[in-house]
Design a protein around this ligand. Structure first.
Ligand code: PMP
Length: 304
């Protein structure tokens, strides 16, 4: 993705791409003291629809609180700033990326006293992965241990582990890696949550070693509301992989991505029916896509 976005929102001012300035001695640059969100907006016949903006901004503020950042802005102001940045981008579908970080003022590990900066960028984005079901390999690297960090927060340090794994992805011809946790249970992809289907039952790893994804929560609700299927959240071991009929990843960027196969650490390959026209994962994927593009009144009024 080659990103160049005309205007970037910083602390209530719009700045042109070429005029942005961030100091080399920002605390965040040296110690990764920043928090972020990925939010998607969709084309509708009226205005772009921002999906679950409030939930994302709630999580942004939660992440900021983990780093004890005192934001200069309220949640409502940040939501308004996201909406205005979308409006000024003139894009009809894309991404909103708010970040908060510790800027200059402190160069010790403890950032208390450094200025908290808030930046919002918006860029065009259609689809992340295609419609093809993907081949996945279980990575050797384990997901960060929840006893070492806060797994509920999108704080950047949690992602050095994801970056290490992502650098390996294409090496063996696989599309994505699946991470186990430090107790060898299935956790998530470096940036997505995972679901499995066995007959009429749906499973997903319990919260603890994973980020509580906003898409994950939406999918759990959809299973219950649309298909009357309860989702069981529990520890799932890799030995269970042969039990499942379907598997899929979910996250804001890629929505629902069907998994064609998972290869374990000993090169045993488990094949799934995910994403076929009659599959449950295809049904849930269609329901999800319909609601993210549904023209309700959420946030549309704010733009007029
Ligand atoms: N797990 C991780 C580690 C993530 O970073 C993300 C978001 N990129 C997700 C799961 C999915 O979260 P969401 O559905 O809120 O996008």
């Amino acid at each position: 993705m080659d990103i160049k976005t005309p205007l970037i929102w910083k602390n209530w001012t719009f700045i042109k791409w070429d005029d942005t300035q961030d100091h080399h001695l920002s605390h965040a640059l040296h110690y990764w003291s920043w928090v972020f969100e990925w939010i998607r907006f969709y084309n509708t016949t009226k205005w772009p629809k921002i999906f679950k903006l409030e939930e994302h901004i709630d999580r942004l503020f939660y992440s900021a609180s983990v780093f004890q950042m005192n934001a200069e802005f309220s949640k409502e102001e940040i939501m308004q700033a996201c909406i205005q940045t979308v409006a000024k981008s003139w894009e009809t579908e894309g991404y909103i990326r708010p970040i908060m970080y510790y800027g200059t003022g402190k160069m010790w590990l403890n950032p208390t006293g450094a200025k908290v900066e808030t930046v919002i960028s918006v860029w065009k984005f259609g689809k992340y992965l295609g419609d093809k079901a993907i081949d996945v390999k279980i990575a050797k690297t384990r997901r960060v241990d929840p006893r070492t960090t806060d797994m509920n927060a999108k704080i950047c340090g949690n992602y050095s582990n994801s970056i290490l794994v992502s650098l390996e992805i294409k090496k063996d011809g696989f599309d994505e890696w699946l991470l186990l946790d430090t107790n060898d249970f299935i956790a998530e992809w470096p940036g997505e949550n995972i679901f499995f289907i066995q007959g009429n039952t749906v499973y997903t790893p319990e919260l603890w070693t994973i980020l509580p994804g906003i898409t994950r929560a939406t999918i759990i609700d959809l299973f219950q509301d649309k298909l009357d299927i309860k989702v069981i959240q529990r520890k799932i071991s890799p030995e269970e992989l042969w039990n499942f009929d379907e598997a899929f990843f979910v996250w804001t960027a890629a929505e629902v991505t069907a998994i064609a196969s998972i290869t374990n650490e000993w090169w045993t390959k488990f094949i799934y029916n995910s994403g076929n026209a009659s599959s449950t994962s295809k049904k849930i994927s269609d329901f999800y896509h319909n609601i993210v593009t549904w023209e309700d009144e959420n946030y549309i009024n704010h733009l007029s």
